[in-house]
Design a protein around this ligand. Structure first.
Ligand code: PGA
Ligand code: ZN
Length: 382
């Protein structure tokens, strides 16, 4: 039973204040912190700003006190996720499932959970996350790793090697919102460097184009080369990148309303074609995509829908349709490690949570902790 709820503010990775909830039940105090995105999609559940949430909180709180934590999502749905703000909704929902599971959410989701996601790490970044490139993320996946510790180590070594190389060349500009390197390199040169370094570790590489952010007036704009591509040209460009750099993963290669080109790419490319903004973790958006055969993977960001139960519903739909689920952090994240439990508990094959910085390593550390707790842990196959 929920005895008390407290709201406070903590700093996220970009030193902005975000909401934290502490839920007191007879089993203890359970907390959760809200992440937020920068390249947010139009179909995400809307958040409210902290001041409004804090002002409304005394009234909202009354609806939960004395109630079973099992019913939190139902109570929120009755009020409306966006009415209380998807950020507050999500932290209430996470705190409740933590209370129900005494903080071992992965086990609560699946008693037999023992399959671990490969960490997909952001090595070099740009786009709205700050940086030089138009493509938002240049990612690696340590496909040869036999266990989670090794996987984390490989990603970190690649990140370090890239940092050392760009420093030496005098083209390092710093770290961006997700702890990825910002380098004075265009999109193509970035892939040239990353592919060579990743090869040393037999790691796979991928990209998150976050294409909605570079889509202006019907064209995709690449700022360094000053190229403007039509949707057809964008399709050819992405196919060319997949072939040249043996990309295993392409996220949001088209803007969030372009199911058509997502389908075309999925048909033509032999790799993971993953939808983030296009699906926004919403069951109805994913169903639309499945019908149109758009993509074969989906980014799962709980804050895009604001409820753990709804997130699980989206994952279930994805699995049934054979879409790979990639559980993901946000660019403006906190040290909350919920997504690690979610990824293991749903046996998702990939977790995207960055490499460097405490907001990123908190999820990786939690994966290591869970690895030690479960019987016969093994890495996912995909
Ligand atoms: P965001 O970026 O959190 O800024 O949306 C992450 C992503 O696009 O995958
Ligand atoms: Zn994305």
């Amino acid at each position: 039973m929920i005895k008390d709820l407290k709201i406070s503010q903590v700093y996220n990775s970009v030193k902005e204040k975000t909401i934290k909830i502490s839920m007191k039940t007879e089993k203890g105090i359970f907390t959760a912190c809200a992440p937020s995105g920068t390249s947010e999609g139009d179909y995400e559940a809307k958040t409210l700003n902290n001041e409004i949430i804090i002002k409304n909180f005394p009234e909202i709180k009354k609806k939960f006190i004395g109630k079973n934590e099992k019913n939190v999502d139902k109570i929120i749905e009755k009020i409306g996720v966006e009415k209380i703000g998807a950020n507050l909704s999500l932290v209430l929902s996470i705190a409740a499932i933590r209370a129900l599971s005494k903080n071992d959410v992965y086990k609560f989701l699946n008693k037999k959970a023992h399959i671990f996601p490969y960490p997909l790490g952001n090595v070099i970044g740009g786009g709205t996350h700050k940086g030089y490139t138009s493509i938002q993320e240049f990612l690696v996946l340590p496909a040869k790793a036999k266990n989670i510790k090794e996987a984390i180590k490989i990603n970190h070594s690649i990140w370090e090697d890239v940092g050392r190389f760009v420093k030496l060349k005098g083209i390092l500009l710093g770290n961006n919102y997700e702890g990825a390197w910002m380098c004075k390199l265009d999109d193509i040169k970035t892939l040239d460097i990353l592919s060579v370094i990743a090869e040393d570790y037999e790691a796979k590489i991928g990209i998150d184009v976050a294409a909605s952010e570079i889509y202006k007036k019907g064209e995709y704009f690449y700022k360094n080369s000053k190229r403007k591509l039509s949707s057809e040209e964008q399709l050819e460009f992405i196919l060319d990148l997949i072939k040249t750099y043996k990309l295993f993963y392409v996220e949001d290669p088209f803007h969030e309303d372009d199911f058509k080109h997502f389908s075309e790419l999925t048909k033509k490319a032999n790799c993971l074609v993953v939808g983030d903004d296009v699906f926004a973790t919403q069951p109805y958006r994913l169903r639309l995509g499945i019908k149109k055969k758009a993509g074969n993977g989906i980014i799962i960001k709980p804050d895009q829908i604001g409820l753990v139960s709804k997130t699980l519903e989206t994952i279930k739909i994805a699995k049934k349709a054979n879409y790979k689920t990639i559980v993901s952090h946000r660019s403006r994240d906190t040290t909350d490690s919920f997504i690690a439990d979610l990824a293991v508990g749903t046996e998702s094959p990939i977790i995207k949570c960055g490499i460097h910085g405490k907001e990123r390593t908190s999820k990786l550390k939690r994966l290591v902790e869970i690895w030690k707790k479960v019987k016969k842990p093994e890495m996912a196959k995909f």
